[in-house]
Ligand binder design. Sequence first.
Ligand SMILES: C[S@@+](CC[C@H](N)C(=O)[O-])C[C@H]1O[C@@H](n2cnc3c(N)ncnc32)[C@H](O)[C@@H]1O
Length: 207
Amino acid sequence: MGLDILPQSNEEYGTKEYWDKRYEKESDGTTFDWFKSYDDVADMFRELIPDKASRILMLGCGNSRLSEQMYDDGYKNIVNVDYSSVVIQQMKERHSEPRPEMEWHEMDVRALSFGSDTFDVAIDKGTMDAMMTSKGDVWDPPQEVVENCTKEVDEVIRVLRKGKGTFIYLTFGQPHFRRRYVTRPGTTLEIKELGEAFHYYLYIMRV
Ligand SMILES: C[S@@+](CC[C@H](N)C(=O)[O-])C[C@H]1O[C@@H](n2cnc3c(N)ncnc32)[C@H](O)[C@@H]1O
């Protein structure tokens, strides 16, 4: 990652302008995977998503290779969304020919325009985290952060098929800071720890 695409402050990760600018600078086919790549989690994902025909929603896809690698592993029914029109255009151009069944939509994860009960799986790798990078006390996050994350999870629960839907959230955020967002009545939560020196967490919420 070049230093010129690092934000001046952490809060910029929470703005669409930052992501548009960053992706404009990465128009040469750059890919970047936050935290973990598909190879790191493939065995776990295959276990969590046994049906390759599952309809999967990728929340805040960025220019990560996760969707393409999952597609090449047989998960053809992937719908990708990101609020950066720049990255959505790039990803459409890059993948429409080799991976024609995959969809790309400019969309905010806090206001999804899909119908209720239409996805089997939703995946968030680092997207909710980007909305948490505001100033303030990490132990007591500002109201805006709580509202943004709550809206995303409300939308995820709405679009997942009840009784069989799974939300997979991959983050560096430890349970103390993240559990509150993925704990809801009528759902179950499982947390897996990944990594050796530096830990990542997989939150698995079944709706
Ligand atoms: C840290 S990057 C993670 C990208 C990718 N998921 C990965 O694993 O490499 C966060 C991504 O989420 C997108 N994003 C942030 N907030 C969003 C929102 N409210 N709605 C849709 N996309 C959002 C950004 O544009 C960026 O592409």
